[in-house]
Ligand binder design. Sequence first.
Ligand code: SAH
Length: 391
Amino acid sequence: MRRGLEAGVKVGAAAAPAPGAAEAGRTPLIGLSREELAREIAALGEPAFRARQLWHWLYCRGAGRFADMTTLSKAFRARLEARYGLARPQASQDQRSADGTRKWLCRFADGQEAECVHIPEADRGTLCISSQVGCTLTCRFCHTGTQRLVRNLEAGEIVGQLMLARDALGDWPSGGAERAITNLVLMGMGEPLYNFDNVAKALGILMDPEGIALSKRRITLSTAGVVPMIRRCGESLGVNLAVSLHAVTDALRDELVPLNRKYPVAELIKACRDYPGANNARRITFEYVMLRGVNDSPADARALARLLKGIPSKVNLIPFNPWPGAPYACSAPATIARFADIVAEEGYVATVRAPRGRDIMAACGQLKSASVKPPRRARSAPPQAAAVPSS
Ligand code: SAH
């Protein structure tokens, strides 16, 4: 089926130039809000409906070249071409898992890189995207946590990951029942609530009903618990919330998720209790990584259920995904099943996340790019992008 592609084999070429090089001096259109695009087109002296047509070409049809925008006059296309760029991030690597999961290493205009993962299932296709290059959080069980934060991703770079994936999956035009990408999760590299403005702008573009039109019900933002931003996330974006809880006591959570020292469990739980829009039909997902002998006892399961009392929640147990040098092991399947049973007996929906894409290091917590922060003096020149795998 995979036509000669072996599981875990790199199929992408790293030769293509970074988008910035090809479009130097031109304004990228991907990442402009509807309003910003309208202002650009108005400034060119074009009528407002041209901006809508252009938006349609960008986000319904996925046009990668102005030449393809056949409803626009040739003269207008030429004017656009002279000023604007359509580039997406480049796939500097493209890997496929034996289970159908596909991972791209996305290279941005400055050569920095972040990963994005497509997870096909029978009834849906989920794209997991990154919000930062690297991460500040240093969660002890997470591979990305061993990479320092390089920078936030721009709105266009967040949207660009989906554009790249849809290009690669042949998933244009937007709409229709048979889409390869039906759901979006912000569960890749980085902490989305530490890059809120760019994430919010990107989601505004992705949810726009005249474009990609992803429903907020099909988008889940995962946070390690940036308490002051949680309400804002619910109020202004209205997307589903997932919280990386992983431990029920401050003592253990301080160790596993150092952000807990700033926003302890009780504050986090309160913010979840108050999350706008949460109800029994729209529950908050609590993610809980299963670490052998660390947080996986029956007493932990009961304590978890007690903690979540009164919150419309579901529990998603994530078998720990190993990475080179990780200081933990995954709980035994029977331990995970027992844990899930106890949580369920206490009245919560408890699911065990099937590990996907482990063979290409695409599973939760395995993402890492070789990007590093350039030294201060060199920052104006694009750094050499090192196209090496995440392990
Ligand atoms: N910073 C956000 C977004 C990352 S989401 C957050 O923490 O929620 C990635 C999810 O995978 C989080 O729930 C994270 O805790 C979990 N995870 C990280 N490392 C993991 C690993 N090695 N095995 C399984 N899950 C892991």
